[in-house]
Each structure stands twice: as C-alpha cells, then as structure tokens.
Design a protein around this ligand. Structure first.
Ligand SMILES: *Cc1c(COP(=O)(O)O)cnc(C)c1O
Length: 489
C-alpha cells in the first residue's frame, strides 16, 4: 500500500514520501504526517535476526513507500557504514539494572547522526525522483547537535548547500568547536544572538516566506530542512526502537512479545515521536516516558493538559540540546491523537497568539523532568555504582525514569535512550562526578574524562580545539532572512 503524507494543519494536498522530504514543511506551515500509520508486514520475531541495515530496510520500506528497494538500500548502506564506530550501529549496553540504547556511535557522537547520516541520501534520491533541478539549500536551526550532524551529512554532497544557525551562547564549547571548524565548500555556519527558539522560529518563517522562496527559485535554489520537522529525519529514527527491542530479547532481558518502556531525553519531540510510530506499527511498547530538563514545558503539559510558554523563562541548562520551549514535533502527536487537522491548527494558532493551548493526553505517555542538581546526582551515582558514564542528556532521562518508577511503581522493563557521548559534554560530566573539576578547561576535560572513565576519546573530537576556525559570522536574530538572501546570490 502506498503511504501518502499530508499536513497537520489541514492543507488538502497529498504528497508522496519523497515529495514530503524535498519540501520539508507543508505550504500551510503544518508538518507532514502519514495519512495512515503502516503496520509491520513481517513477524515481529524476525527482528531478532536482522542486522541494523536489514531492519532499517524492513521498516523504512513501509513508510517511504515511493522509494524503490534499490534506492532505499543504497541510502541505508551509504549511511550506516564505517562512519559508525561499531558494527551494531546502535548497541544496547546494560549497566546494573539500566539498559542504555547508545545512539552516539556516529561521526558527531550524538543521536542526530542516526537520522542525518541518511537524510542527504534520501533527499538527493527524492530530488532526482521528482525532477528537482535546483540546488537544494538546507536551512537548519540547531540547539547544538543537529547542526554538526547535518553539516557532516551534507558536506560536499553534490547539488546541496547547507546553512546552520546556532545560538551563540547556547551550545557547549565542544559543540561550538565542532561546528565552526566544519570543512566542506558548501557549508556555512552562523551564530545567532538569541536562543534556540529564536533561531528555529526565524528558520520556520523563511520556509513559509513565499516571496523569498520565489525569488530564490528564480535564481536556481530550493529550500529544504534538516530539522526534525522533516519526515526524512523522523522515519529513520523508528528503526532503532525495533532494534533496541530485538537486543533486549536477544540478551534475555525480555521475552518476544513482552511490553517494554522507553525513556527518552526530549527536546523537539522527534526522538520520542519515532518511538510512538514504532508502537503504532506493532512494537510492544508500554509507556513512552518523556524526560525534560528545567525547561519542563512538556512535563507540565503531560501532567496538566495545558501547554504554555506564557511567563516561562528559557533556562540554559547542562543539557543544551533539550533547552527548548516550543517542541515542534508535538504537533504531529496532537494531530494523530485529536484526529483533526482543524483542532491541531487551532492549537498551534493559540500557542502563537495566547502562548498556550489545552489538550489532555491520557495514556501511553508520561512526563518527568530532572533539575541540573538531579542530573548531576544521576551521573555521579551511575558512575559510582555501575561504572557507566552518562552524558548530561542521558542523565536527565535516567533521573526522570527513577522518579517515574518511584511515583508509579511500574515494573515494565525499560530502555533509556542515550543520546550523546559523555565526551560531548565532558566538563559537566566531570563536575558531576567530582566538584574538584568545577574549573577545568573544557578541552582539558576531554583528556581527563579519558582517565576517569577508561573509555577512549572518540576520534571525531580528538584535538578539536586545535583545528582552524572556518566560520566566524554572528548575526542578530532578526537578520536571518537578509543573511540568507545575501548569501544566495
Ligand atoms: C536533539 C537531542 C535531544 C532531543 O531530541 P528531540 O528529538 O529533539 O526530542 C536529546 N539529546 C541530545 C543529545 C540531542 O542531541
């Protein structure tokens, strides 16, 4: 069956998967969602035998139905190869009673690699299929990890350009160094004097700016997005939920068919939404536990049924990739649960005008959050008790999960989705373990963490502080449109 995609906000046009991937966002500003969520067409047992690549094919063929087998296998094999430092691609590692799905074995040591190593291939293939001859310009707002993963994915990919905007003071020193040293003649990295929401809002505005789009089209450019609003980002993330489940079965931690919980450190709601899709496709998932940091807008939403950014301070935490107040992908969940584009559109309009909307989600999801102190405590105790070093985002999930269990007494086995290598946030990880590191220089922290953890510094960030800074531009948050216009001459 062909799966078609439509906007969450009611635009009636149906597009194929490849068209949705090229467009990034629907014309009415809504996000593309599958008209129906497909079910797996193979016995669930089979997943325990599949390699990551084979499983990716079996899952993606159900969602991206207008890609041929040859095209999909080409995209999958180009993405999930030696760029990852383990053949497993996404291993589940157990420490004490905790199971971590490690999604940080790719080139930028964070989970964004899972989707962004395949997106350029999906996009190039989609452009070819749909007769798009213009140069594809990827515009991305990043809270730190997306930007670098997108840059790595698209660098020197023929027929594409990539422009990344990041909050100048809202990413870690290692994240910043990773981005501003990016090579590739088609890459451009720009700091914004503002926070992630400012950058994301400005980029979204450009995507729906018809005048600008027409102007640039006449010059031979089309925009696309590498943010998790692109369905080409979301679909590949469904795969690892199946893969984690298979590993839990193979390790004897659950029996085939048993329910499993996932706890997901959440920002833009893309990762956890992929888990929801996996569940709807037939994976036995019980609860999806949405973990937030001090920017706990999602926690409050799940508890109260009101999503509100009114009177809410944006807080810079030690888990910057989750410092988000407007979780874009939640719109997709609202659409699926309300079953109404009209209602979804109204909720989004309310958010815009009133700063809040109401919608109560009763089951399947639980919201929890962890403060910075709780996050640090989780890192320290996990290290002391289980000799496992978590990054700050993973630690938010771990601390949130422990709170969830204390509150609910839920005994369902659980997988904590581990979204970054501790090396990406080495200084804060060390500070959590011992306050004697409070003043350690961020790059010296890399070497120190190697001694403390016994895990080698990942190759992609070894010596990063000594690489040449290639991108130095910083602009005001209201200058994005002009910047893009001037850049694409
Ligand atoms: C992006 C990111 C998240 C949040 O994922 P979403 O899909 O935006 O919810 C969590 N942790 C890390 C390390 C990330 O890079």
């Amino acid at each position: 069956m062909d799966i078609m995609f439509k906007s969450t906000r009611g635009d009636k046009s149906l597009v194929t998967a490849s068209q949705a991937i090229v467009k990034g966002i629907a014309d009415d500003g809504g996000l593309y969602v599958p008209e129906t969520i497909p079910s797996i067409d193979f016995p669930l047992e089979d997943i325990t035998k599949y390699s990551y690549q084979e499983l990716a094919y079996q899952v993606l063929k159900l969602v991206l139905t207008d890609y041929t087998e040859e095209e999909l296998r080409y995209c999958i094999n180009s993405a999930y190869d030696e760029k990852f430092d383990t053949k497993l691609i996404a291993p589940v590692v157990s420490a004490g009673n905790d199971n971590f799905l490690e999604l940080f074995h790719g080139r930028t040591i964070a989970f964004k690699d899972m989707a962004l190593s395949i997106l350029p291939y999906l996009l190039k293939t989609a452009a070819k299929k749909n007769g798009v001859n213009e140069e594809i310009v990827i515009l991305t707002a990043t809270s730190g990890d997306t930007g670098k993963a997108a840059l790595e994915g698209f660098a020197d990919v023929e027929g594409t350009q990539i422009i990344v905007f990041f909050p100048e003071d809202g990413v870690s020193p290692v994240q910043k160094a990773q981005m501003v040293t990016q090579t590739g003649k088609n890459t451009c990295v720009v700091g914004i004097k503002g926070n992630f929401d400012d950058a994301q809002t400005a980029v979204k505005k450009i995507f729906t700016d018809k005048e600008l789009k027409d102007e640039l089209k006449s010059k031979g450019y089309v925009f696309s997005s590498a943010n998790s609003i692109n369905i080409g980002r979301l679909a590949p993330q469904i795969v690892y939920y199946f893969y984690a489940y298979a590993q839990m079965v193979n390790a004897g931690k659950i029996k085939m068919g048993d329910k499993l919980n996932f706890t997901v450190p959440t920002g833009n709601f893309g990762d956890i939404l992929a888990g929801y899709y996996a569940k709807k496709m037939g994976l036995p998932v019980n609860m999806l536990i949405c973990a937030s940091n001090d920017n706990k807008v999602l926690y409050d939403f799940f508890k109260t049924g009101t999503y509100t950014i009114k009177n809410r301070e944006f807080t810079v935490t030690v888990s910057p990739s989750m410092d988000i107040l407007i979780s874009s992908n939640l719109e997709r969940l609202l659409y699926h649960l309300s079953k109404s584009a009209e209602d979804t559109k109204n909720m989004m309009a309310d958010l815009n005008t009133k700063g809040s909307y109401d919608f109560k989600i009763e089951d399947e999801f639980a919201g929890e959050y962890a403060t910075v102190a709780e996050t640090f405590k989780a890192i320290k105790s996990e290290f002391e008790e289980n000799k496992y070093v978590m990054d700050t985002h993973t630690a938010v999930a771990k601390a949130s999960y422990d709170k969830y269990v204390a509150e609910t007494k839920d005994t369902t086995p659980n997988v904590i989705v581990s979204t970054a290598s501790p090396y990406k946030f080495a200084k804060d990880v060390l500070r959590a373990i011992d306050s004697k590191y409070d003043d350690i220089e961020p790059f010296a922290a890399l070497e120190e963490l190697e001694k403390v953890s016994g895990v080698q510094i990942p190759a992609p960030i070894k010596g990063i502080d000594k690489r040449e800074v290639l991108h130095k531009t910083v602009i005001e948050r209201d200058e994005l449109r002009t910047f893009v216009q001037n850049k694409l001459k």
